[in-house]
Design a protein around this ligand. Structure first.
Ligand SMILES: Nc1nc2c(ncn2[C@@H]2O[C@H](COP(=O)(O)OP(=O)(O)OP(=O)(O)O)[C@@H](O)[C@H]2O)c(=O)[nH]1
Ligand SMILES: [Mg+2]
Length: 544
C-alpha cells in the first residue's frame, strides 16, 4: 500500500513537469460526484473518438479497395469475340496457365474441324437443294451465322441447278467415322468426368437433365457447343436494365443445343477415351503419349485426314460451296487449311489455334487477373465474359450494378450475315440495337465504355473480295467500298449513336478497330484500355 502511494506521488511529481498532463489531472479536491462525471465524460469522448477513427479506417479501406479492384463486363452479340478477348487477357497476364491449358483445347479444335467437314457434306448433299428452295434467300442447311450470307442480288442460277460432285458418296462414306466422332467429342466435353461414356444416341436428340446451378447468387456459367442446325427462339433485348437473371440452363433443354457446364470442368476432356494418359505438362514438354491410346480421337482424325484433305481440295466441292455462298474460311473454328498439322498424332494446339477455337458461352463466366508490374501494379481485375446470343442477354443485367467498365464488341465484318437465333436480323443491325440499349442505359451512366469494332481482318478480306457494304446497308450509299472508308463509317455510326442516347454527356467513348485473334495488336490495345479504365475509374470516384 505504502509502495502504491509512493508510486502515485512519483507519477504526480513527474506529470507536473508536463503542462498538458498537468491540465488533464483531476482537481486536487475532486468530490466523488465530480470524479464520476469526469470519468463519464472521458468515456463518451473516447467512444466518439473511436467512432471517428473507425470511420476513417473504413473510408481508407474502401478507397484502397476501389483503387485495387476493377470490374469489367464484356458485352456483345454471340460470336463477337468476347471469349477470344478473355483468352488474350489470359495470354498477357497469366501466360503459364494459358499454355498449360492449351492441350485441353484439343477436343474443341477437333470438334470444330469435324463440324466443318459435316457442313461441307451437308452442302454437297443433292437433296439439300429441295430444302433450300423453300428458304428464300437464306441457306437453310446451315443456320450458323458465320456461314449465312444474304445477297441482295439473290441466289445465282447455278446454285439452284447445283454443281455435281461426283465423289460425294465416296466422301460421305469415307468420312462417316468423323460423324460418329463428333457425337463422342460432344459427349466427352459435356461429361468429361465419365471415363467410359454411356451412349446417348444421336447428339441432335441429346438433352441434358434440367439443372439450375448458381454462383454467388448469380446464375452459374455454362459453355455451349452450337449444333449444326441451331433452332432457338428469338427473344429481343428490350434495353431495360431491370429483369431478373434467369437460369442459363433453361435454354439448354430446349431445342437441340448441347451444353457443357463449366462446373463439369470441360477442360478435362483432353483425356478423351478415358484411359488416355494425360500430358503431365504440355508446357515443359513432359508429355505422356495420348497417341499411344488406341481410343484417343486422334486416330480417327489421322486416318480420315487424307480424305478430308482430298475433299477440301476438290474443285467441284469448292465450286459447290461458292454457289451456296458458304464461306467456311470466314467462319469460326476454321482449320481446314491445316488438316495434316491438326490431325497429326502428337498435335499440341498453338496459341493461335486456341484463339481460333470456337466454344459458345452460356451464362456469365468470371475471370480474375492481378497485374504484377507497370503503372497498374497490384490492381485486381475481375472480368466477366457473358453469353451473347439473344436468349442469354437477360443474364447480363444483374452484373450492371457493380461494374466499373464495359468493353463492348461489335463484329463489323458481319454486315452481310444474319443472327443464328433470328435469320431475319442482320448481325450489324443487331449490334447497333444492342449498343444503343447499353449506352443509353441509365444504370450504366457512370460506367466507362470502350468499343471494339472487331473482326477488322475479316472485314478487310471481305471488302477486298468484292463484297459490297451498300448491298446490305443502304445508308452507306455510293461511298468507296474500301477498308478505310467502311471502318470510318462504322466508327462514326457507333459514335453518333452513343452521343445521341447516352445519359452522361461527359462520358468519353474510346473506339478501337480490333482483330482480337491477333495477339500482338490486341496486347497493345489491352494495355491502353487498362490505363483508360483505371483513369476513368479514378475520375468517377473523384480521386484524381
Ligand atoms: N478472324 C477473326 N476471328 C475472330 C475475331 N474475334 C473472334 N474471332 C473468332 O470468332 C469466333 C467467336 O468468338 P468468341 O470469342 O467465341 O465469341 P463470343 O462473343 O464469346 O460468343 P458467345 O460466347 O456466343 O457470346 C471464334 O472462333 C474466334 O476465334 C477476329 O477479330 N478475327
Ligand atoms: Mg463466348
Amino acid at each position: 500500500m505504502a509502495k502504491q502511494k509512493q508510486v502515485d506521488t512519483v507519477g504526480r511529481r513527474r506529470s507536473l513537469s508536463d503542462p498538458l498532463s498537468a491540465a488533464l489531472l483531476p482537481p486536487p479536491n475532486e468530490t466523488l460526484d465530480q470524479r464520476e462525471s469526469r470519468l463519464q465524460a472521458a468515456t463518451d469522448a473516447k467512444r466518439i473518438s473511436d467512432g471517428i477513427d473507425e470511420m476513417i479506417r473504413n473510408e481508407r479501406n474502401h478507397r484502397k479497395k476501389s483503387r485495387a479492384e476493377v470490374q469489367v463486363l464484356l458485352l456483345g452479340q454471340s460470336e463477337s469475340g468476347k471469349s477470344t478477348c478473355i483468352k488474350q487477357f489470359q495470354l498477357l497476364h497469366t501466360p503459364a496457365a494459358f499454355h498449360a491449358e492449351r492441350i485441353a483445347w484439343r477436343a474443341v479444335i477437333y470438334l470444330n474441324l469435324v463440324r466443318s467437314v459435316r457442313r461441307i457434306l451437308d452442302a454437297l448433299q443433292p437433296e439439300a437443294d429441295h430444302l433450300e428452295d423453300a428458304a428464300d434467300e437464306v441457306d437453310s442447311y446451315s443456320l450458323e451465322p458465320a456461314s449465312l450470307i444474304i445477297s441482295a442480288t439473290g441466289r445465282p442460277e447455278s446454285a439452284i441447278l447445283g454443281t455435281k460432285v461426283p465423289n460425294y458418296e465416296g466422301y460421305r462414306r469415307r468420312l462417316q467415322p468423323l460423324m460418329q466422332l463428333e457425337d463422342r467429342l460432344i459427349r466427352m466435353l459435356s461429361s468429361p468426368e465419365e471415363d467410359e461414356p454411356t451412349h446417348f444416341g444421336p447428339w441432335e436428340t441429346y438433352s441434358p437433365q434440367p439443372y439450375t446451378p448458381t454462383h454467388n447468387g448469380r446464375p452459374a456459367p455454362t459453355i455451349m457447343i452450337p449444333p449444326t442446325r441451331q433452332l432457338s427462339t428469338p427473344s429481343p433485348m428490350n434495353g431495360s436494365s431491370s429483369g431478373s437473371a434467369s437460369s442459363p440452363t433453361n435454354s439448354i433443354t430446349t431445342g437441340s443445343e448441347v451444353a457443357v457446364h463449366t462446373s463439369n470442368n470441360w477442360k478435362k476432356a483432353f483425356s478423351l477415351g478415358g484411359r488416355a494418359k494425360s500430358p503431365k505438362s504440355a508446357h515443359s514438354g513432359e508429355i505422356e503419349g495420348w497417341w499411344e491410346d488406341p481410343d484417343d480421337p486422334v486416330h480417327i482424325l489421322h486416318s480420315c485426314a487424307p480424305y478430308m484433305q482430298e475433299m477440301w481440295r476438290d474443285r467441284n466441292v469448292r465450286e459447290r460451296l461458292r454457289e451456296k455462298r458458304l464461306r467456311l474460311e470466314e467462319s469460326s473454328g476454321f482449320y481446314l487449311n491445316e488438316i495434316p498439322r491438326i490431325t497429326a498424332k502428337k498435335y499440341i494446339p498453338t496459341d493461335a489455334d486456341v484463339l481460333k477455337a470456337r466454344l459458345k458461352t452460356m451464362g456469365v463466366v468470371e475471370h480474375t487477373f492481378s497485374i504484377s508490374s507497370g503503372s497498374n501494379r497490384g490492381v485486381h481485375w475481375k472480368i466477366y465474359d457473358v453469353g451473347g446470343s439473344r436468349n442469354q442477354r437477360q443474364a447480363w443485367a444483374p452484373y450492371f450494378e457493380d461494374i466499373n467498365a464495359i468493353i463492348f464488341l461489335a463484329p463489323i465484318s458481319a454486315f452481310d450475315q444474319v443472327l443464328a437465333e433470328d435469320t431475319r436480323v442482320n448481325r450489324v443491325e443487331d449490334s447497333l440495337q444492342l449498343w444503343q440499349a447499353v449506352v443509353g442505359n441509365k444504370l450504366l451512366a457512370k460506367v466507362n465504355i470502350v468499343l471494339f469494332l472487331n473482326k477488322c481482318d475479316l472485314l478487310q478480306a471481305k471488302l477486298e473480295a468484292g463484297v459490297r457494304l451498300n448491298h446490305h446497308m443502304i445508308s452507306y450509299g455510293d461511298r468507296p467500298n474500301d477498308y478505310d472508308s467502311v471502318s470510318k463509317y462504322f466508327r462514326n455510326k457507333f459514335g453518333a449513336l452513343h452521343h445521341a442516347v447516352t445519359p452522361n454527356k461527359e462520358r468519353e467513348l474510346y473506339i478501337h478497330l480490333t482483330a482480337v485473334t491477333d495477339t500482338r495488336r490486341t496486347a497493345t490495345i489491352i494495355s491502353n484500355v487498362r490505363d483508360i479504365i483505371i483513369k476513368g475509374n479514378l475520375k468517377t470516384m473523384k480521386l484524381v
